[in-house]
Design a protein around this ligand. Structure first.
Ligand code: CIR
Length: 262
């Protein structure tokens, strides 16, 4: 085969921080002031980390009227064979999905989560051909049923697991590579992930389990120093970013991009 045709590029889809970010949804955090310009500056640095990890950036414009639209992860789940456009659990976030569907349409067959199903992309962790789906305040059993119906014909298996005490599954567990997960056991049943090698977050850093794997790198918040040391000792190639301003809106590093191999 001609090697020119086999080269893949990873698109990183992001969206500008909304001027209204201070009106974001909050579930487990108290509302504290968010500085939009600091959030935008940190978001740019995050985009630069994606570019330096080899991604091609596709930045969507700010969505006025959607405070949480920067958290694009919640609007779509992209697999090699298809993409699912979600129906976010928070009603305020449902208008965010149309723009994501438009960007993904040239690259993937699209399937849609329909009412009464709800799914936030933050509740779906893909590791190889397994989808772990968190049942949370945002993702319901019907959403899981629809995901199963969409992906099982493509050879994926779906494991549903309850999320307690945090917003999304990926607040509690993320993949660092195909065999290793970073986990906060207080918020999920670790037994669901027993086939993997598990690295625990440092107990002083409850929000430290959210990490974004891009190729052989891991984009990781600089704030979680103790957990960061554990990851570096384990040999992971970290790219540290300051994600503190959007953390006030309950967002982490996975939340701000959708990665698509094209
Ligand atoms: C929300 O509550 O929907 C936003 N304030 C935060 C969403 C973060 N997204 C994610 O973890 N995937």
């Amino acid at each position: 085969m001609d090697s020119k045709n086999t080269k893949t590029v990873t698109l990183a889809i992001t969206r500008d921080v909304s001027a209204s970010i201070a009106q974001c949804e909050l579930t487990h955090l108290e509302r504290t002031p968010i500085d939009v310009s600091v959030a935008r500056e940190q978001h740019r640095a995050y985009e630069n980390a994606l570019i330096s990890a080899g991604c091609e950036l596709r930045r969507l414009p700010e969505l006025p009227g959607c405070p949480d639209a920067v958290f694009v992860e919640d609007t779509a789940i992209v697999l090699r064979e298809l993409a699912m456009i979600t129906r976010p659990g928070a009603e305020s976030r449902r208008p965010e999905t149309d723009g994501m569907a438009m960007v993904l349409r040239p690259f993937r067959k699209l399937s849609y989560i329909r009412e009464p199903g709800t799914v936030d992309g933050g509740d779906v962790l893909v590791v190889g051909k397994t989808l772990f789906v968190g049942i949370s305040s945002r993702t319901n059993e019907e959403g899981v049923r629809q995901i199963r119906a969409i992906v099982e014909p493509e050879g994926y298996r779906v494991i549903a697991t309850q999320v307690n005490g945090c917003l999304h599954l990926k607040s509690a567990v993320c993949a660092l590579d195909d065999r290793t997960l970073l986990i906060h056991r207080d918020w999920i049943d670790a037994d669901a992930f027993r086939k993997y090698s598990l690295i625990d977050i440092d107990p002083d850093e409850p929000f430290a389990a959210n990490a974004l794997r891009v190729g052989d790198r891991v984009i990781y918040p600089s704030a979680y120093r103790k957990t960061r040391d554990r990851l570096q000792e384990a040999g992971f190639n970290l790219r540290l970013v300051d994600a503190s301003e959007l953390a006030k809106a309950e967002g982490g590093v996975t939340c701000c991009s959708v990665l698509v191999e094209v």
